[in-house]
Ligand binder design. Structure first.
Ligand SMILES: C[S@@+](CC[C@H](N)C(=O)[O-])C[C@H]1O[C@@H](n2cnc3c(N)ncnc32)[C@H](O)[C@@H]1O
Length: 558
């Protein structure tokens, strides 16, 4: 019997497993930051799952546009990062990140994801689950190549997809594109009309309406009727009115079938974007490689996107001043475009190319010396800056007795900031009261101390507290009965108060396992479905797939 309550969903191995992420603090490295010290732009070096978690407390609901270009999972290993995650791991990797990205989006925000054929359709279903089917905006087809690859075995693949979702479709406003000169050039002024250029448009309707079937007398004296199966778009009275206003065109000789004169000054100067973005409009892969070559002489990043492509996304999804986030930054195209367009940005990149590619590129953008990409189009002259952040190490570490202890790398302010973050307080040390290090509401404070908490200490704090205020004290040790001595003061011990709340000591959730160990002893994984008659080549492929499936269990935390 069928179960009517069963929901439609994509399943994969390991879907039910969710990491318990440690909310890390971000630490600025001023030596790597650049330009304007008041900038809000952030370059974060590290795994994006931890970085997104680190951003969540301060930026939930703030991001107008997340524009991401994750590894496509094509099975090929590129120079700067690995792109061969096993399918289930890829889905888990994406799901975990998309869920936080959704929470970071503003109510009127949206997410745009570039993706190839290998995962596009799985990603669509996954996104339906994360963002809600009703918040799907569209799938755009981007023509990434301009010439066929002659050695293609099957199709010469010439497009990628861009999936877009709104956080809440009813609150999202999709931008429009300015008309191109190609489009406005279609408006001409063949009769020197004082109202300016116009375009001839059809006056026929593909349907016979009796009241709109009548002869129209041309200036040449000839009479024309609408062809059979059609009728005029206007009534006889309206037609006469339009002729009197010189809004009907009968050709240079006054003997052509009538056409309506649509004036450029009367139509909007923007148009909606179509869902096919051709390379002449938004660039192609070779264009982005050229952009790379203009910035870096050697060691080019393998899979950059053209600036014009991201420019189009920004035109449709953002306004000046909006916050843009790219958690798979690559060579930094999103940041470069957002910066040149006057948007604020946050980028995250795990690879060393964060230092070898993104930092030099963004410095050139700030200096105004990067005149490639969209610089000319937006008249980019330079300005602004960015702050560079490392992720703090894990707050807790195992000591040699296998006990969790506070990581010695944490100094007092770092510890206070980390504890505030763990307990959902905003870290903002008060200049008057040392015990007010952060707050969760106007009257609720947190205080972290590494010294032993004595009765005298807590009494002094209590005397300073105002009626209605409450305080959480996090300390390494305290006198018996500290918690409960005062109703308004809660006392907890570090690290025991943190244990079990999240996973400590893990710095990388990228699960990049392209060079997976292959052991002959491992049992073969048999996929569900009918048996396949294997050719030699397929046998080899099946072996690779089988070994990657086995590694699912190695790669996911139990
Ligand atoms: C397709 S590239 C992005 C290219 C980018 N759009 C550009 O124009 O240069 C994907 C990037 O995501 C990065 N990446 C993959 N997994 C990551 C993770 N877990 N955390 C941070 N970055 C990650 C890779 O190192 C790679 O640079």
């Amino acid at each position: 019997m069928s179960n009517n309550r069963q929901k439609l969903e994509l399943t994969w191995i390991g879907k039910e497993k969710r990491p318990k992420l440690e909310p890390r603090i971000l630490i600025e490295d001023p030596d790597k930051s650049y330009g304007d010290r008041h900038t809000e732009n952030m370059m974060i070096f590290g795994d994006n799952l931890l970085a997104l978690k680190a951003l969540e407390q301060d930026y939930a609901g703030c991001v107008k546009c997340a524009s991401i270009d994750p590894p496509y999972n094509t099975g090929s290993a590129f120079t700067h990062y690995d792109d061969g995650l096993e399918h289930s791991l890829w889905l888990t990797m994406m799901r975990d990140r998309l869920e936080i990205l959704r929470r970071l989006l503003a109510e009127d925000g949206s997410i745009w994801i570039t993706i190839g054929d290998d995962e596009a359709h799985y990603l669509k279903v996954l996104c339906d689950e994360v963002f809600g089917r009703g918040n799907f905006i569209s799938t755009v087809v981007w023509q990434k190549k301009y010439a066929p690859k002659s050695d293609s075995k099957y199709f010469s693949e010439s497009h990628d997809f861009i999936l877009s979702y709104a956080k809440a479709l009813d609150k999202f406003k999709l931008g429009r594109l300015p008309k191109t000169t190609k489009q406005t050039d279609r408006y001409t002024n063949r009769d020197n009309d004082t109202r300016g250029p116009w375009k001839a448009s059809d006056v026929l309707r593909n349907e016979e309406r009796d009241y709109a079937i009548f002869p129209v007398k041309l200036p040449s004296g000839r009479e024309v009727w609408p062809p059979s199966g059609t009728s005029w778009r206007f009534t006889k009275e309206k037609f006469d009115e339009l002729i009197a206003e010189n809004r009907i065109w009968f050709g240079v000789e006054g003997n052509a079938r009538p056409a309506y004169k649509r004036f450029l000054s009367e139509v909007t100067d923007t148009i909606p974007s179509t869902t096919i973005w051709t390379y002449d409009e938004v660039g192609h892969n070779d264009e982005s490689k050229k952009e790379m070559r203009a910035i870096f002489d050697t060691d080019l990043f393998a899979t950059p996107k053209p600036e014009r492509l991201i420019y189009r996304v920004m035109q449709l999804a953002t306004n000046p001043g909006d916050l843009v986030l790219d958690s798979f930054a690559g060579s930094g195209t999103t940041g470069a475009v957002a910066h040149k367009m006057g948007r604020r940005w946050i980028m995250v990149e795990l690879g060393e190319h964060c230092h070898t590619h993104i930092l030099p590129r963004m410095k050139k953008v700030c200096d105004g010396t990067d005149q490639g990409g969209i610089s000319q189009a937006v008249n980019w002259q330079g300005g602004g800056g960015f702050k560079y952040y490392d992720m703090a190490p894990s707050l807790l570490k195992k000591d040699r007795y296998d006990q969790w202890v506070i990581n010695a790398d944490f100094n007092a302010p770092m510890l206070a900031a980390a504890m505030a973050k763990h307990e959902n307080f905003r870290y903002s040390p008060d200049e008057v009261h040392y015990w007010k290090q952060g707050q969760s509401s106007e009257k609720d404070f947190i205080f972290t101390t590494t010294v032993h908490l004595t009765p005298e200490h807590i009494d002094r704090i209590n005397e300073e507290m105002l009626p209605g205020e409450s305080l959480l004290i996090c300390c390494k040790s305290h006198f018996d009965g500290a918690d409960g001595k005062y109703d308004s003061i809660t006392v907890k011990k570090i690290p025991s108060m943190l244990l079990g709340k999240c996973e400590f000591g893990r710095d990388d959730y990228s699960l990049n396992i392209v060079d997976m160990p292959r052991s002959g002893d491992e049992p073969a994984f048999v996929p569900a479905g009918p048996p396949v008659v294997e050719t030699g080549k397929e046998k080899k492929k099946a072996k690779t797939e089988a070994s990657s499936q086995l590694n699912i269990f190695d790669g996911v935390e139990s």
